[in-house]
Design a protein around this ligand. Structure first.
Ligand code: AHR
Length: 490
């Protein structure tokens, strides 16, 4: 136990900005086992399903109330022709999924995806094919999904059993156009973006968000060159979408202490990436049009996740703490950042869920989404932390031992999440709310005896949250490598 208490002072009146619910979004691609069989098993499967969509996954994801789900890729998006995935299953063509080197029978297409979104209570986010598609193809997709007119494509939708429009609000124009999406230069992409947006905007209307491909940290000048080349048409860029993965060279489970701290330290790279892009978005915004940010691919990517195994990797308590501390960072950037989409929902990369046959396991990261729900749509609060010790990280920098975020929810209560990054020390945190009238109303903890701990099919509850007894005074004990959440209310 570390002896001096850390003091956390909260003034419910010192608000920063609202935390948009979109920060807690997800991304699911036709890659490895994410869609097949993570979502789609087919009607004839012995796995219980709703017209082909597996019910255990629906039940698990419904509980998270995910705000938005990005689909069909990723790299797959620029290799996908949406008409392949509509109509009677027997007529759908079989294709080769180029980037992920696997067959694609198109059993899961637009109408199935939207149905999945409705079943889990989330908003769809579609990415149109710029790399190998056409403006006309994208226009037809918007018309098929959203139009209320009587047209050939809306008739087709009705013939496919969908009377009411899908009302898709989020439309991405290409994915990683600097890489798998066409290896373009930003100026060339900007020209294409202008064309796509010029034809899509009248169809989507202003209430839809058009999302441009932004940079990866390796291509930092992409954003500025793209935005500069969009001059005169910047009102077509609603969100600039960044990507960033963390890890790469490290092990998923067999990491040492240095690997543990390094992954958490790398959250700073996201901070710099968001800060730089946020400044640019601000600089290119006008009085009449504000450009927001999305981080529509992020998460851990360990050495184990390779194309040959469908980017599968294990997901430990360390991944969960990484996710929680990243969400704290996103809260701070939420004056500009509207949406994030962790990669990827099922079986791939930093998944929320693993499936095997008819079994399902929730990863530690799943429980972070569950535990942090109350921050959504709440007002982020300024906090003061005193007597906060620091830690030496492998990159020779010192960082605070705790990552903390506090918000005021609509009912006036205060919700606090704390990540203790330290591998060995427990810290006492005294919570002081300015008006003094609030007491603990809930206290939950996600931890394990070891940050390498993870959930398996044999042991699915090795890392799950638990509710703790409410303390009498104003102090809580935050154990090593843990996420604690608490509510303070009258
Ligand atoms: O999430 C896996 C892949 O990573 C996506 O398809 C691509 O956009 C990114 O490079």
């Amino acid at each position: 136990m570390h002896s001096d208490p850390i003091r956390l002072q909260i003034d419910p009146q010192r608000t920063r900005h609202r935390i948009p619910t979109g920060i807690y979004g997800q991304f699911a691609e036709h890659l490895g086992r994410c869609i097949y069989p993570g979502v789609w098993v087919g009607e004839k499967s012995r796995i219980p399903n709703d017209r082909g969509i597996r019910l255990d996954v629906v039940e698990a994801l419904k509980q998270l109330e995910l705000p938005v789900l990005r689909w069909p890729g990723g790299c797959f998006a620029d290799n996908y022709h949406w008409m392949d995935g509509i109509g009677p299953a027997e007529n759908r063509p079989r294709r080769h999924n180029l980037w992920w080197n696997q067959p694609e029978d198109n059993a899961f297409g637009t109408d199935e995806f939207i149905r999945f979104c409705r079943l889990i209570g989330t908003e769809p986010y579609l990415v149109v094919n710029v790399g190998s598609g056409s403006v006309q193809e994208a226009m037809n997709w918007v018309e098929y999904c959203n139009s209320t007119q009587d047209t050939a494509f809306t008739r087709l939708r009705r013939e496919n059993g969908v009377d009411r429009p899908h009302r898709v609000r989020y439309w991405g124009i290409g994915n990683e156009s600097w890489g798998c999406g066409g290896k373009m230069q930003p100026e060339y992409y900007a020209d294409l973006y202008r064309r796509f947006a010029a034809y899509l905007r009248p169809l989507t209307g202003k209430s839809c968000r058009l999302i441009a491909c932004g940079s990866y940290p390796d291509f930092p000048d992409w954003d500025e060159r793209f935005l500069a080349a969009m001059s005169g048409a910047l009102d077509h860029v609603d969100l600039l979408a960044l990507h960033i993965y963390t890890g790469w060279t490290g092990q998923d489970v067999d990491f040492d202490d240095r690997g543990y701290y390094q992954l958490l330290a790398d959250i700073d790279i996201m901070d710099r990436h968001l800060r730089r892009a946020g400044d640019l978005a601000q600089a290119f915004s006008s009085e009449t049009h504000r450009i927001g940010l999305a981080l529509d691919e992020w998460g851990t990517w360990h050495k184990q996740a390779i194309v040959e195994n469908g980017l599968e990797q294990q997901n430990t308590l360390r991944d969960a703490l990484f996710a929680a501390a990243s969400f704290h960072l996103f809260h701070r950037h939420a004056d500009r950042l509207e949406m994030t989409n962790m990669a990827q929902t099922i079986n791939v990369l930093q998944a929320l869920i693993f499936t095997r046959g008819d079994h399902l396991v929730r990863t530690p990261t799943y429980h972070v989404y569950e535990l942090l729900k109350k921050h959504r749509e709440a007002e982020l609060l300024e906090i003061d932390l005193s007597a906060l010790p620091t830690l030496d990280f492998p990159d020779q920098r010192q960082r605070p031992v705790l990552s903390v975020s506090a918000s005021r929810t609509s009912d006036g209560s205060i919700f606090v999440s704390l990540v203790n990054l330290d591998l060995s020390r427990t810290f006492t945190v005294e919570c002081q709310v300015e008006d003094g009238s609030k007491a603990f109303r809930s206290l939950s903890l996600l931890t394990a005896d070891n940050p390498r701990r993870h959930n398996t099919f044999e042991s699915p509850n090795a890392v799950i949250p638990c509710d703790l007894p409410l303390p009498q005074g104003n102090a809580v004990q935050v154990p090593p490598h843990s996420l604690m959440t608490l509510t303070l209310a009258e």
